[in-house]
Design a protein around this ligand. Structure first.
Ligand SMILES: [Zn+2]
Length: 336
């Protein structure tokens, strides 16, 4: 049954522990030979959907289990601290936290990147006409047996992607300010924080806000480990879900600011320190040694706390001075 997915059991235990602190629901369930696999969405904090909202998403790519584990580590800590931390409880009276820790439970169960249909969920949105996807890695429609498969052209979205989009529409789109981090692993040696667009190298409209957030991060946490950059600087993607959601949210009347970010944990570092792990199917994407796993699970808690607090105190990164910050952002990221 679902018990075969250790992360799902862990999530269910955390949700049980959360009691009335969290509002959780099954967004959909995915059939598998081992039984049906639920996808959970969880909301904490005020029921006012216009309140500032910070979100974490994980497990979009089934091989990148560490993404889910990092999200669960934060959810665990928040739930435990809410049992006694009065300041945190009070802050949740005016903000919201949303979590979808396991978007692709089938992929996690079967140790594969895509879902049961072989679709890469991060290539499954209707492609924007502007898209200039990198060759192959940016999405392909040749075969579900090859990575980065986008699905059949014109077909409805895959159930996992559809469920995630609907949850975001309902729980995040109405927020005055929202920052959502989707946690992945793989690319490169460094931990990167990517911002839209994924589909094109052109700057996205809220680049000034991301620049301001980066400034806050650099000054408040000067020893942080992150490289903040446009995703498209590395490669471009057709059918990126976050590009799709960003554009949709922004087109709504009276839309607030919605920043979908990706934390791409550099897994090549783990491989470099332990090359033998390449013989394991999960080794290219996850820290396998227990001490390295623990280090990774604590490594990003500070970033998430920083973003949670910054989301709540949005005057520091949005509003007055946006024009100036946009110009600085162009110089930093788009001058070439
Ligand atoms: Zn990924």
């Amino acid at each position: 049954m679902a018990k075969l997915v250790r992360e799902l059991t862990q999530l269910e235990n955390i949700l049980e522990r959360s009691g009335s602190l969290a509002r959780s629901e099954m967004l959909t369930s995915i059939p598998s030979a081992a039984g049906s696999l639920p996808i959970y969405g969880t909301v904490l904090g005020t029921s006012d959907r216009s309140a500032p909202t910070f979100g974490l998403v994980g497990g979009v790519h089934g091989l990148e289990r560490i993404g889910t584990r990092v999200v669960l580590a934060y959810l665990h800590t928040v739930i435990e601290m809410l049992q006694w931390d009065e300041l945190l409880s009070r802050s949740l009276e005016r903000i919201r936290l949303v979590f979808v820790p396991i978007v692709n439970p089938y992929g996690i169960l079967m140790r594969r990147r895509g879902n049961a249909a072989g679709v890469d969920l991060m290539r499954n949105a209707p492609p924007h006409p502007d898209s200039q996807g990198s060759f192959f890695v940016g999405g392909q429609r040749l075969s579900p047996h090859l990575p980065w498969y986008m699905g059949v052209e014109g077909a409805p979205m895959q159930p996992e992607a559809f469920a995630l989009c609907n949850f975001m529409r309902r729980e995040v789109f109405g927020a005055r300010r929202a920052v959502v981090v989707d946690v992945h692993s793989g690319y490169g040696m460094d931990d990167r924080v990517w911002f839209p667009y994924a589909r094109t190298r052109k700057p996205f409209p809220d680049v000034g806000s991301v620049y301001a957030l980066k400034q806050l991060l650099d000054t408040a946490l000067p020893n942080h480990v992150y490289r903040v950059e446009p995703q498209a600087r590395n490669y471009t993607v057709c059918g990126d879900l976050w590009d799709f959601l960003y554009d949709e949210q922004r087109a709504q009347p009276g839309a607030g600011v919605f920043l979908p970010l990706t934390l791409e944990m550099g897994s090549w570092r783990w491989v470099k320190k332990n090359p033998r792990q390449l013989f394991d199917r999960l080794g290219g994407f996850n820290p396998l040694k227990p001490h390295r796993l623990r280090r990774t699970l604590r490594r990003h808690l500070t970033l998430f706390d920083f973003l949670r607090r910054a989301t709540a105190s949005d005057r520091a990164w949005h509003g007055e001075g946006d024009e100036e910050r946009r110009n600085a952002a162009f110089r930093l990221w788009f001058a070439d």
